[in-house]
Design a binder for this molecule. Sequence first.
Ligand SMILES: [Fe+2]
Length: 236
Amino acid sequence: MVIDLHSHILPGVDDGAYTMADALEMARMAADSGVHTLVATPHYRYYGHDNHSQILETFDRLQDQLAYEQIPLNLVLGTEIWLAHGNCPTLESNMCYPNTNWFLAEFSVDESPENMDLMLQAYADQGYRPVVAHPERYLAVLDDPIIAKHWLDRGWGVQINRDSLLGRFGRRCHACSEFMLAQGWVNLIASDAHDPQIRSTSWSAALATLTRDVSHRMLERCVEINPRKILENQPL
Ligand SMILES: [Fe+2]
C-alpha cells in the first residue's frame, strides 16, 4: 500500500493536471496501482498569483467527483512551497501537511547548499519540520549527495521522486537517487505526478522495479511507513 505525499493532481491550479478529466484519470491510476492515500501538493502562489482559494475550491470539487465516480482513493490537501533567498513565506497551518508541522519544500535546481540549509533551518527553528522534495534534482546534491544525509540526520524528510529511480529524469538523477537510496540517505519516495501520461500517478511499473532492486523493508519505509508518520505528525 502506497501513501504518496507529493502530486499535482488538482486541475487547473498549477502545471499539473489540466482538466478534471485528467485529474480523475490520475486518481483512478493511483487507486488501481495500490495507492491508498494521495496528497495533492499544488505549488504555493503559482507564478506569484495567490491561488489558495482556487486550490480549496478545486480540492472540494475533486473530492466530490471521486465520491461520485466511486474511486477508492483518500485525497489529502497539502502544498509544495518553493523556497529561495527572499522568498521564504511565513508558514500558515494550511501550508503544511494537514494538522502537522511537516511541510514540503522545493528549491531551484541551482540553489546553493548553504542557502538551502539556512532556509530549512530557519523553519526548523520555528518548530516546523521540512520534507525536501526531489533532492536528486538539485545540482549541489548531484555533486555531493551527502548533503541529503545531513538533512536526514536532523530528522527531516528526504523525498526522492519515484521516476528518478526509474531513470526518467536522465542518467545523473538516476544514479544519484539510486546511490542515496543504497546509502540509506532517503526516507521518502513519492510520485510528484503532474499528468496521466508522462509523470503519472501509477505506481505499477515503479513497484515492479523497486521490489526487484530495493529491500522490502526499505521500500515499505519509504512509501508507506514514513509517509504515514508524516500525516500523523510523528517524527521520522
Ligand atoms: Fe512537485
